[in-house]
Design a protein around this ligand. Structure first.
Ligand code: NDP
Length: 327
C-alpha cells in the first residue's frame, strides 16, 4: 500500500480507501460487507468512508458492527461520517449544516459506528441556508470536545472552502483539511482546475469518490449487463441517465482496448489514473463483490504503466482535459 498525507495535515492515509455507498446495509449482505472490509484492511487500507445518509444509517450500523467484531486497534484505521442530508423524517432540524444537526448527526454517527470519535467528519454538501461561520464553529467545537479529529467538505465550491478558511483564520478556529469531490476520467474540472490554488494556499487534501464512475469505467456496461449492478438499480435511474450515454460508452471501449494493450484491465487503469494526480490523497473504492475489490487493489501495481505516452493516449480518447487559466 502507498500512504499519502491528507493535505497539509499530518494524517497519513492509504492511497486507496474503501467506502460503503449503495452497498452496505442495502445492495449486499452483511457477511459480504465484512469480507470486503477485511480484504481492504489486510491490503493496508486504513480509511473507511461512510455517511449518515447511506442506507438511512444502516451503512454505519453495519460498518460499526464489523469494526467491533474485527477488534482492529483504533490506532490502525480512520473512519468518516458525513452530515447534511439527514435521515428519514426530514423535520426542519434533522438536516443541514446548522449547529443543531451537525452536533446531533455526529452523536448519532458515533453511536452507529460504535467508536469514541470520528477521524474525519465531512459536510456532505454546502448548506445555502446556514451561514458558513456557524458550521465552522460547530466543527471546531466538536474537535475541541474530542468527538472529531479532522473536518472537511464534500462537493463544496472552491469559494465556499476558502470562505470556511477565512472564517477559521479570523477566529483562530480549526479549518477544514479535506474536500471529497467526484473525480474520474469523466469528471475532472474541480480537482484539476478549480482547487488548484487551494492545494497550494491552504494544503487541501482530497478523498475522491467514484473513481470508476459508478462502474462505467469497468467496461461492464458495454454489452449485455447483469441485472444486479449499480446503474440498473431503479432508484439510480438518474445516475444511469447521466452516465450511460453513447459518447461515454464509445470512450470506454477505446480505453478498454488501451488497458489491454498495456497489460492491465480498465478498472485498474482508471483507478491508477486518478492516483497519478498528486493532489488526490486517496481514491475511495466501492465494491459489491470481493472479486471486484481484489481486482481494484491491483491498480497500485499499474502506476508505472501510465507513462507520459500512455497518459497522452488516454487524453486523446477522453478529449476532456480541463483548461487551466493562461496569462
Ligand atoms: P466506483 O465509481 O468505484 O463504483 C463502485 C461500483 O462499481 C461497485 O460498487 C460495483 O458496483 C462496481 N465495480 C467496482 N469495481 C468493479 C470491478 N472491478 N468490476 C466490475 N464492477 C465493479 O465508486 P463509488 O461510486 O462506489 O464511490 C466510492 C465511495 O466514495 C463510496 O462508497 C462512498 O464512500 C464515496 N462517495 C461519496 C460521495 C459524496 O458525495 N461524498 C458520492 C459517492 C460516493 P456494481 O457491482 O453494483 O455494479
Amino acid at each position: 500500500m502507498l500512504y499519502r498525507n491528507l493535505g497539509r495535515s499530518g494524517l497519513q492515509i492509504s492511497a486507496l480507501s474503501f467506502g460503503s455507498w449503495i452497498t452496505f446495509g442495502n445492495q449486499i449482505e452483511d457477511n459480504t460487507s465484512e469480507d470486503l472490509m477485511k480484504m481492504a484492511y489486510d491490503a493496508g487500507i486504513n480509511f473507511f468512508d461512510n455517511a449518515e445518509v447511506y442506507a438511512a444509517g444502516k451503512s454505519e450500523i453495519v460498518m460499526g458492527q464489523i469494526l467491533k467484531k474485527m477488534g482492529w486497534s483504533r490506532d490502525t484505521y480512520a473512519v468518516s461520517s458525513k452530515v447534511f442530508f439527514g435521515i428519514g423524517a426530514q423535520l426542519p432540524m434533522q438536516k443541514g449544516l446548522n449547529r443543531k444537526h451537525v452536533t446531533e448527526a455526529c452523536h448519532q454517527a458515533l453511536e452507529r459506528l460504535q467508536v469514541d470519535y470520528l477521524d474525519l467528519y465531512l459536510c456532505h454538501r454546502p448548506d445555502k441556508l446556514t451561514p458558513i461561520e456557524e458550521t465552522v464553529w460547530s466543527m471546531h467545537n466538536l474537535i475541541v470536545q474530542g468527538k472529531v479529529l479532522y473536518w472537511g467538505t464534500s462537493e463544496w465550491s472552491g469559494v465556499e472552502i476558502m470562505e470556511a478558511h477565512r472564517i477559521a483564520a479570523q477566529h483562530h478556529l480549526i479549518g477544514p483539511v479535506v474536500e471529497q469531490p467526484q473525480y474520474n476520467l469523466f469528471t475532472r474540472q474541480k480537482v484539476e482546475v478549480e482547487f488548484d490554488q487551494i492545494y497550494r494556499n491552504v494544503g487541501l487534501g482530497t478523498t475522491i469518490w467514484s473513481p470508476l464512475a459508478s462502474g462505467l469505467l469497468t467496461g461492464k456496461y458495454n454489452g449485455v449487463t447483469e441485472r444486479n449492478v449499480r446503474l440498473k438499480r431503479l432508484e439510480l435511474n438518474w445516475l444511469a441517465e447521466r452516465n450511460l450515454i453513447e459518447e461515454n460508452l464509445r470512450k470506454v471501449a477505446e480505453l478498454q482496448a488501451l488497458a489491454l494493450e498495456i497489460g492491465t484491465s480498465l478498472p485498474r487503469m482508471s483507478i491508477a489514473w486518478c492516483l497519478m494526480n498528486p493532489n488526490v490523497s486517496t481514491a475511495i473504492l466501492g465494491a459489491s463483490q470481493t472479486a471486484q475489490l481484489e481486482e481494484n487493489l491491483k491498480s497500485l501495481d499499474d502506476l508505472d504503466k501510465l507513462t507520459p505516452e500512455v497518459l497522452e493516449r488516454i487524453e486523446e480518447i477522453v478529449q476532456n482535459k480541463p483548461k487551466k487559466p493562461v496569462f
